[in-house]
Design a protein around this ligand. Structure first.
Ligand SMILES: [Zn+2]
Length: 114
């Protein structure tokens, strides 16, 4: 026994398609990495922060941002990591990018501290 699609069902379907399209669009963003300002390097070291790569205890000198699509959150999230020179280079090589000499997204960086 078939029931005609209700208006509500069509609305839900429409929103879902729109979100999927947005996700695909947002997903295009490439990972970025930049050298941390010397003042921040000193501050991170003073706070005892270390490279976040596994088993690495080098000082933090590079910030990496990688976007990934979270189906759970229903949107694109960004994963921020603080790593050393070596792991920054590995990140850049993996994604075929260059490590920038300054923050690539200064507007987002400002006030980013939690
Ligand atoms: Zn490291």
């Amino acid at each position: 026994m078939n029931t005609a699609p209700s208006g509500d069902a069509m609305t839900v379907r429409y929103h879902r398609d729109t979100e999927t399209a947005l996700l695909k669009h947002e997903d295009v963003r490439r990972p970025i990495a930049w050298t941390i300002h010397p003042d921040d390097v000193v501050r991170f070291a003073a706070e005892g922060q270390r490279c976040q790569a596994r088993r690495c205890h080098n000082p933090v000198t590079v910030t990496t941002w990688r976007w990934w699509r979270s189906t759970e959150a229903g949107r694109v999230l960004v994963a921020e990591r603080f790593v050393c020179d070596q792991h920054g280079q590995q990140f850049a090589a993996r994604y075929h990018i260059e490590i920038e000499s300054s923050p690539a997204v200064p507007s987002l960086r400002a006030g980013g501290a939690s």
